[in-house]
Design a protein around this ligand. Structure first.
Ligand code: PRP
Ligand code: MN
Ligand code: MG
Length: 181
């Protein structure tokens, strides 16, 4: 972005790790009878969350990825979800957990969920680390949510602003600062 900004910490790495432990206990209860769970990460934003989640999840799993994009480099959703890369494997009759970093307008996860349900998985659940319910444009709620957050532009832990800041170990919020001119 051309506008200067700073990043203020919103959710610490420690708080994220603690929340993931609790979420994994719930996911384990839901899928404890599975013979293999296909954990699907939505690229690119979920890559950090899925890495931490699967290492905390004591279940037989497989990992697959699907790339969906609606924001590009902007701050506004295009509302048009494009599938840039599909899953490698078939999910018919399989147990599936879709992993997402954030549900904002809801278009991305809503669209991907509908697409995957049409492939007739045995069970399909979704988890999002963050949820911004105040921004919702379609009626969608993930089965598990890490944190509900206010309408702030967040970055880090996989989430970008114009492709930057994905590598921050915590969730921060972008605060624009007026340049002195
Ligand atoms: C971001 C984010 C979610 C989606 C949420 O992805 O990672 O996937 O937007 O927004 P929505 O609920 O309004 O659809 P983005 O399109 O920026 O792609 P990226 O994951 O590659 O950054
Ligand atoms: Mn994304
Ligand atoms: Mg993005």
């Amino acid at each position: 972005s051309a506008r200067p900004y700073v990043i203020d910490e919103l959710i610490s790495a420690k708080a994220i790790a603690a929340r993931i432990e609790a979420l994994c206990r719930e996911i384990h209860d839901e899928f404890e009878d599975t013979n293999k769970l296909v954990v699907v990460g939505l690229l690119r934003g979920s890559f950090v969350f899925i890495a931490d989640l699967v290492r905390e999840l004591d279940l037989p799993i497989e990992v697959d990825f699907l790339e969906a994009s609606s924001y590009g480099d902007g701050m506004e959703s295009s509302r048009e979800v494009r599938i840039l890369k599909d899953l490698r494997g078939a999910i018919e009759g399989r147990d599936v957990l879709v992993v997402e970093d954030i549900v904002d307008t809801g278009h991305t996860l809503n669209h991907v969920t509908q697409l995957l349900v049409s492939r007739l998985p045995a069970r399909l659940k979704s988890i999002a680390l963050l949820d911004k319910p105040s921004r919702r444009e379609v009626d969608f709620k993930a089965d598990w949510t890490g944190f509900e957050i206010p309408d702030e532009f967040v970055v880090g832990y996989g989430i970008d602003f114009a492709q930057r800041n994905r590598n921050l170990p915590f969730i921060g919020k972008v605060r624009f600062i007026d340049s002195p001119g």
